[in-house]
Design a protein around this ligand. Sequence first.
Ligand code: C5P
Length: 233
Amino acid sequence: MNNSRVVVSLDFSDAKQALDLCLKLDSTECKLKIGKELFTRQGPTLVERFINMGFDVFLDLKYHDIPNTVASACRAAADLGVWMLNVHASGGRVMMETACEALDKSTHKPLLIAVTVLTSMADDDLREIAISNSVDKQVMLLAQLAKSSGLDGVVCSAKEANHLSTKLGKEFCLVTPGIRPANSNRDDQKRIMTPADAIAAGSHYLVIGRPITKADDPLAVLEAINKEIETAS
Ligand code: C5P
């Protein structure tokens, strides 16, 4: 595993675009995130290819199913050699504990983190599925449940990082998207933070897509972000 705290989000539909980008990056300077679209189109072969190129891979498939099914999927991801994977905390304690137990048996144990409340959901959306808690309260409840079920951390907004880090401890891993270097395009992100501010707020890993993937010189942007993080750490 390298020391980089930047996870480049490969939001591409085809392998060639993703591979072209990764050939411009440096596997010691970042990690990679592969999500549902790229994985569904290209499958585990592409994941293995990136791992063989020396990259740490976060497999962002957000498993949510009965405990046995999630545990088996987590084990399969661990066998692929991924560095990090995730599940929905709303799958409950038994699902998360069973997933942790499955990973404990693997020789190459990835980090297991949880998604709490999707950032696409507001209080009204929660009420519609019979959750009376506010989003903030539900995020904290599910993050605490993830921690007490043995998970390594959660995905959260950098805006929530300070509060979660105070409540759950600095060791609990916070993985934060919505990161934008100063003066870069916000794209469709509404609540953004700079890399330095996110690190100062308690983020462990920063998920960054378009500022790097759409740059003329992705490696130069990545190196500048790493420098900013180093200064903030
Ligand atoms: O290009 P950008 O930096 O906005 O990409 C952010 C990545 O993080 C995308 O893959 C997006 O789906 C993911 N993400 C997010 N907000 C969340 C959870 C995941 O932006 N709350």
